[in-house]
Design a protein around this ligand. Structure first.
Ligand code: FES
Ligand SMILES: [Fe+2]
Length: 433
């Protein structure tokens, strides 16, 4: 249980709040690069700030205040020019530093006027890595954009999923420090839903009971370990464990789940997946990293709970916009959550004292690739079972897509990569195990 004040301190992300300042020490993903190729402007709300991301005709990315400083219209409707973004209302133009570089009517009337030089709006750096665009909202000097392994590996396929959630980011993260929910939410409840629907199928996770859980800090966050009644400490889930990457990501196998705070009551959940090919099979080259929307709800308004993350997101969102932790009763299964909250408190305190928090990188030599261990080896994708409940019409074995049929949206989650690799293996004459 936390006090109301402690809960606010952990959850509020606006500028000047303790967590807002901690979060401003990190680069955050803001869009798949491919999305800007389809439409060169995009509204971005991040840590409570309203911004517009654009790609100008020269290919430079900018992230600047959403509202034009002239008469306050939304520049996500603006026009990308050769160098900068032009407001569509009266034509003022801004570059990626936020500097106003053109004021057409003012310059016509006062050719020698210097008004535009005095007009500058907030602007943040944008970098591209692994098919995603990233930004940093904190103080200078700007740290390096971390080159985590999944973003830089060669010879792999990638895709990016996105779900917008109307809940605070911390609910998503605390779920990652809560191993026991796996057996209930994804095992027992999943089995129950299948039985109720009268469908033969595979639950999203087998229902096997945890016997032991453990958490320990490591250089990038917290390692989570577990045993079940049918596993031992020699199994990878205990021996390797899997990493919670501080402050707001989970790594599972070759997947990052990144929980980006939009504001205090909204989060974007990014599913970043990397699919390593089976031995001897080359990964077909990707011209761009595709993206998809993983749905939170179905058309009838009910939660889309036929896949693992859908079950998780249902749990996070139903805790409310900001979970009322002053009312909770933590038990034995919550010791990872307690450790994580303590770590967040310690890192917020470091920032308040002017120190650098965990996972800020400034040495290019150690940022060429930051490798994380994992309990599942790359390449294992060919052996994974479909990680969804195959309700009728939900999984198309012909294409390998998992589709949430009632929404018409796709959640590929690896099966498309599996199909691609099966085709690549056939073409290369490689026999798969
Ligand atoms: S409101 Fe943007 S140029 Fe006038
Ligand atoms: Fe889960």
């Amino acid at each position: 249980m936390l006090t109301t004040e402690a809960n606010q301190r952990l959850t509020q992300v606006g500028k000047g709040t303790p967590m807002g300042e901690l979060m401003r020490r990190y680069w955050h993903p803001i869009a798949p690069t491919a999305e800007l190729d389809e439409r060169p402007t995009k509204s971005v709300r991040l840590l409570g700030e309203d911004l517009v991301l654009y790609k100008d005709r020269k290919g430079t990315f900018g992230l600047i205040d959403a509202l034009c400083p002239h008469r306050r219209v939304d520049m996500s409707y603006g026009i990308p020019e050769e160098e900068g973004l032009r407001c569509m209302y009266h034509g003022w133009m801004f570059d990626e530093t936020g500097q106003c570089v053109e004021q057409p009517f003012e310059e016509t009337v006062h050719p020698d006027g210097r008004f535009k030089e005095k007009v500058k709006i907030a602007a943040y750096p944008v970098e591209e890595l692994g098919g995603m665009l990233w930004t940093y909202l904190g103080p200078t000097p700007v740290p390096l954009l971390p080159r985590w392994d999944l973003f830089v590996w060669d010879n792999v396929l990638r895709d990016i999923g996105k779900t917008e959630l109307n809940c605070n980011w911390l609910q998503c993260m605390e779920n990652s420090l809560d191993p026991v929910h796996l057996e209930w939410l994804h095992g027992y409840w999943s089995e129950y839903m299948l039985k109720e629907s009268g469908t033969d199928g595979v639950p999203t996770a087998p229902w096997h009971r945890h016997t032991k859980i453990s958490f320990e800090p490591f250089e990038h966050g917290i390692i989570k370990r577990r045993t079940y009644t049918d596993t031992t400490e020699d199994d990878p889930e205990w021996k390797n464990g899997h990493p919670i990457v501080f402050p707001n990501w989970l790594r599972v196998g070759t997947n990052f789940q990144m929980r980006t705070p939009v504001d205090d009551t909204h989060t974007i959940h990014w599913h970043y997946d990397v699919y390593a090919p089976p031995a001897g099979v080359p990964a077909p080259k990707q011209d761009f990293v595709p993206y998809y929307e993983a749905p939170l709800r179905q058309d009838d308004g009910s939660f889309a709970v036929d896949y693992i993350i859908g079950q998780d997101t249902m749990a996070w969102v139903t805790q409310g916009p900001i979970a009322q932790r002053q009312l909770e009763k933590l038990g034995e299964s919550d010791k990872g959550i307690i450790l994580y909250r303590r770590m967040l408190q310690e890192e917020m305190a470091k920032v308040e004292e002017g120190m650098e928090p965990l996972n800020v990188f400034r040495d290019p030599g150690s940022n060429e690739i930051i490798e994380l261990f994992q309990e599942r080896a790359p390449g294992v994708i060919m052996k994974l079972p479909p990680n969804t409940v195959p309700l009728p019409g939900q999984w198309d074995p012909a294409t390998g897509d998992i589709s949430v049929a009632s929404t018409g949206k796709h959640a590929p989650v690896g099966l498309r990569a599996r199909t691609t690799y099966q085709a690549a293996a056939a073409e290369a004459g490689v026999k798969l195990a």
